[in-house]
Design a binder for this molecule. Structure first.
Ligand code: CMC
Length: 426
């Protein structure tokens, strides 16, 4: 096997080293290409470009494989807990019992927000989209934690990571309670991460809140399924923002803003709204025809990397059935989703383009059954993805070859010309 490729431009040859990962495609190292040849590479959308080296998450999109630190996502979703997965993503290994106790305590004891922070929410309209509230609130959090700003200090990076994982459920629950006009609920240290979050979302002062183990487990599993997904748009945003040395909480706010878009995290809300719009099984053929005529997209289908079943979608489908059964809900949208999936998987348009259900296809039905309104779906995604973002951010700082992210461009605008005074223009 050769360890270099040769690029010929005109009559000159340039050697490009070939870098090998532990698995997955080899990578052509073009770092010196501009200096040597005066040429950039062109790859808008990064479809063929590795933006960094990482040891956290591996995806084989053709085989439908997703590994966190080597562990398959279905095993983690089945056997692990979200906090254990957080430890794994952040630190590289599953924790020992002792490490887990310490980690859990660290997270649990950072869940409260500064009392003054609560008044920040009052500035938003009650009908504001909770993702707008999240973007603003997490950005504002950077104003409350100025004591751990040295991003070059590993200890301070760790404190920021723990604070973020701990405080996101409290902020997300406040965004939800605020939109519902209900009082904020203080976190409880004796509850698990997911139980505490559900309590902060759904408990009201007028009655005792009773946990439901099936729903707690479903919430935890949904968090695990969304925890990280290698260099997706929001993660790349966090890395890029962080590459300048910006405050970690501000970087996460940038990630939340990116996640909000309908092609990324906003797709779970759109997928459920699409199922509602279809309404019943008889309307599926006409809807699918509209997709094929390119009037709109089938939300919850397709993925930049998976050209096979999204492995998270399989676990999500199972979780969806469990939740509906536990709550005794017979949701007609589930029938629409199942039929739509069947129709799409057998249609040549979707087969030719390798379009399969992604995680968002079944998550909306599950979250709706659990009591979340559609505009909260992306907030839950952001809560869970925070550990992925901060793990990738932390990894970037551990890489000695870190540089500020600064892409180049193919410039096609006007070349240099002289300024024309206004009376001479026209
Ligand atoms: N419905 C209909 N056609 C589609 C869809 C879809 N959901 N996705 C892709 N296509 C078509 C697209 O029109 C194109 O067709 P053609 O070759 O005739 O022009 C072809 O498939 C290739 O599409 P692409 O736009 O090059 O694919 P991409 O890799 O740039 O886009 C995607 C990936 C996720 C943005 C896209 O599949 C999409 O918009 N899906 C719907 C939104 C969605 O469910 N997003 C959630 C992704 S999973 C959660 C997350 O990780 O954020």
């Amino acid at each position: 096997m050769t360890d270099k490729a040769t690029l010929t431009i005109g009559d000159k040859n340039y050697d490009l080293p070939i870098l090998k990962g532990s698995t997955g495609p080899d990578v052509l190292d073009v770092r010196k290409l501009y200096g040597d040849s005066d040429h950039f590479t062109f790859d808008p959308g990064f479809t063929s470009t590795a933006s960094c080296e990482s040891k956290i998450t591996y995806i084989d999109g053709d085989a439908g494989i997703l590994l966190h630190r080597g562990y398959p996502i279905d095993q983690l979703a089945e056997k692990s807990s979200f906090l254990e997965v957080c430890h794994l993503l952040l630190n590289g290994e599953l924790p020992t019992a002792e490490e887990f106790t310490k980690f859990e305590r660290n997270i649990t004891y950072h869940t409260m927000l500064h009392a003054q922070f609560d008044s920040f929410f009052q500035g938003f309209r009650r009908d504001a989209h909770p993702m707008a509230v999240m973007t603003g609130a997490v950005g504002a959090l950077s104003a409350f934690y100025a004591d751990s700003l040295n991003v070059d200090d590993p200890k301070q990076r760790e404190i920021s990571a723990h604070r973020l994982i701990a405080k996101m459920p409290t902020i997300a629950a406040r965004a939800f309670q605020y939109s519902q006009g209900r009082p904020f609920v203080t976190p409880r240290n004796e509850l698990s991460y997911s139980e505490n979050f559900l309590r902060m979302c759904f408990s009201v002062p007028a009655e005792d809140w009773v946990p439901n183990p099936v729903l707690t487990r479903a919430m935890d599993r949904i968090f695990i399924l969304h925890a990280d997904h290698e260099q997706n748009a929001s993660t790349s945003t966090v890395r890029l923002a962080g590459s300048s040395g910006a405050h970690p909480f501000a970087c996460i706010a940038a990630g939340i803003a990116c996640l909000w878009g309908p092609s990324h995290g906003g797709a779970n809300q759109e997928a459920l709204e699409m199922l509602e719009e279809i309404g019943s099984v008889e309307n599926i053929p006409a809807f699918v025809q509209g997709v094929k005529d390119k009037k709109y997209k089938l939300m919850g289908f397709g993925h930049r990397v998976y050209k096979n079943f999204d492995p998270r979608a399989k676990v999500m489908q199972k979780t969806c059935y469990e939740v509906l059964e536990q709550l005794g809900i017979n949701d007609p949208l589930l029938h629409v989703a199942m039929e739509l999936e069947k129709v799409a998987l057998n249609d040549q348009y979707f087969i030719d383009r390798k379009l399969y259900p992604n995680i968002d296809f079944y998550s909306g039905i599950t979250l709706r059954a659990m009591g979340f309104p559609t505009n909260m779906f992306t907030v839950l995604f952001a809560l869970a993805r925070t550990v992925g973002w901060i793990s990738q951010w932390k990894e970037m700082f551990e890489d000695p070859s870190r540089k500020i992210g600064r892409p180049r461009q193919l410039y096609t605008g006007a070349t240099q010309r002289d300024y024309v005074p206004v009376e001479k223009r026209g």
